[in-house]
Design a protein around this ligand. Structure first.
Ligand SMILES: [Zn+2]
Length: 444
């Protein structure tokens, strides 16, 4: 295949690492100067730290720039320029896009973009879809109700920019979406892993077998770690007879990572983002593969509400794979986003990666797709319960399944669990992001 057929941007996607880093330094210097000069929020932080644009001379200097985090943004919003506060770096009139975070870990954060910012994000998303094999012959179905959250908006726009036909399946219910997909012979879709599995279950109940009766051959998943959890990916691919690709992004950062057709890990879109990984305890920058840390991200293309050294608290690690078979030079993360580096996932003093629990549950064929984790406190001690569903017909095998589950969980997460077995269909189903991890420790 010729380079122009293989990559959305053949030059940037295959730039030698050294040149890529020079480009990133230049882009960092530029967004840093922009924020320093146009955002009171950033100007104050940088002035207090005694750092100014002229100080960023080498790639190494970037480490000196103070990090920001979500809590700081919450502190300024609701003030002028309303509602974004003084992080806003353009006149309010230039803002064309409003989104907000879901607020699952506190008050939502507002996010402003100019039209140019938004177009930049869509362009970045095109790299992902093109790498996943989307072409103008695709008919994309979006089984998703668009709203004030960022989810799937850029997927929609990027699909159009690639020349695909995009069908918004917004307010339809699951059954109607499946029928519409079938009727129109949609070839690709984007959804959360939870919903991809849920839809397949609904389709089967309707007497529709997705691999045979539907035409979906590519699925891009986002919003949950599932796309990079091998056991979950396999379940989705088997249920649909389609290739499933992970896509990573967030409201504040944009769409920073994706899998290509070779699925060697999550490529960081380094033409648009700088991803750094830091040791959770010491803050040391990790450049070597295989060591978990939290991700700190800079987005180069958003001017309205710059995102500079944003502490995402997502837990990631560099892949040992130096060069992906696809020929792209964008660096790879192994296993996508595997957890969150905040209190919510520290259980019994152990950093818990919910993705590891998911990998265990979904690798056991006798268990259904759904599960739920509930953390409570008994006295001073954390107590963790895992609820799973048995596949119909497995009720007599509970003891054997339990033994395997206990072993695997101990091995992958270093924790012991109370296990609850439920009949198929007993646990809650979700249309979008699942709430499978329930931390009740602070509510008691
Ligand atoms: Zn690749």
């Amino acid at each position: 295949m010729k380079a122009e057929e293989q990559y959305w941007n053949p030059i940037l996607e295959t730039l030698p690492r050294e040149k890529l880093q020079q480009l990133q330094l230049k882009k960092f210097q530029s967004i840093f100067r922009w924020a320093y000069e146009h955002s009171k929020f950033y100007h104050k932080i940088y002035s207090e730290a005694g750092i100014e644009p002229g100080d960023i001379k080498t790639f190494d200097d970037i480490k000196r720039v103070p990090k920001i985090e979500k809590a700081m943004m919450r502190g300024i919003q609701g003030k002028d320029p309303y509602p974004y506060g003084d992080i806003l770096s353009v006149p309010l009139e230039q803002v064309t896009e409003y989104r907000q975070t879901s607020g699952t870990t506190g008050q939502p954060v507002y996010q402003a973009d100019t039209w140019q910012d938004w177009e930049g994000g869509v362009e970045a998303y095109c790299y992902a879809l093109y790498a996943q094999g989307y072409r103008d012959s695709d008919r994309i179905f979006l089984p998703f109700g668009y709203n004030i959250f960022i989810a799937f908006w850029a997927y929609h726009y990027a699909g159009e920019k690639l020349g695909c036909e995009v069908i918004p399946g917004g307010v339809l219910n699951t059954e109607a979406r499946i029928l519409k997909m079938q009727e129109l012979r949609a070839t690709a879709m984007g959804a959360t892993p939870t919903y991809v599995l849920g839809m397949a279950e609904t389709a089967r109940k309707m007497g529709i077998n997705p691999p045979k009766d539907l035409f979906i051959r590519k699925i891009t998943v986002a919003g949950e770690p599932g796309g990079s959890v091998p056991a979950t990916r396999k379940r989705m691919e088997d249920a649909w007879g389609a290739k499933v690709y992970d896509q990573a992004g967030s409201t504040e950062i944009g769409h920073w990572g994706w899998e290509c057709q070779y699925q060697c890990g999550l490529h960081v879109n380094e033409a648009f983002h700088l991803v750094e990984i830091e040791d959770v305890d010491t803050g040391e920058v990790i450049t070597e593969p295989g060591r978990k840390g939290k991700m700190v991200v800079t987005t180069f293309h958003r001017m309205a509400q710059p995102c500079i050294r944003f502490d995402s608290k997502d837990v990631v690690e560099w892949s040992p794979i130096d060069k992906c078979e696809c020929g792209r030079t964008f660096r790879l993360l192994r296993g996508g986003v595997t957890g969150r580096a905040d209190d919510i996932t520290k259980v019994k003093g152990v950093l818990l990666a919910p993705a590891s629990i998911e990998e265990v549950v979904r690798s056991i064929r006798e268990l259904g797709d759904e599960y739920e984790v509930v953390v409570t406190k008994k006295g001073d001690i954390d107590d963790i319960t895992l609820k799973v569903e048995l596949v119909p017909g497995q009720e007599g095998n509970v003891d054997a399944i339990r033994a395997r589950l206990v072993d695997q969980l101990r091995l992958k997460t270093n924790l012991g669990y109370n296990l609850e077995f439920h009949p198929s269909g007993a646990l809650p189903r979700y249309d979008a992001k699942a709430k499978r991890f329930k931390d009740l420790r602070h509510k008691e």
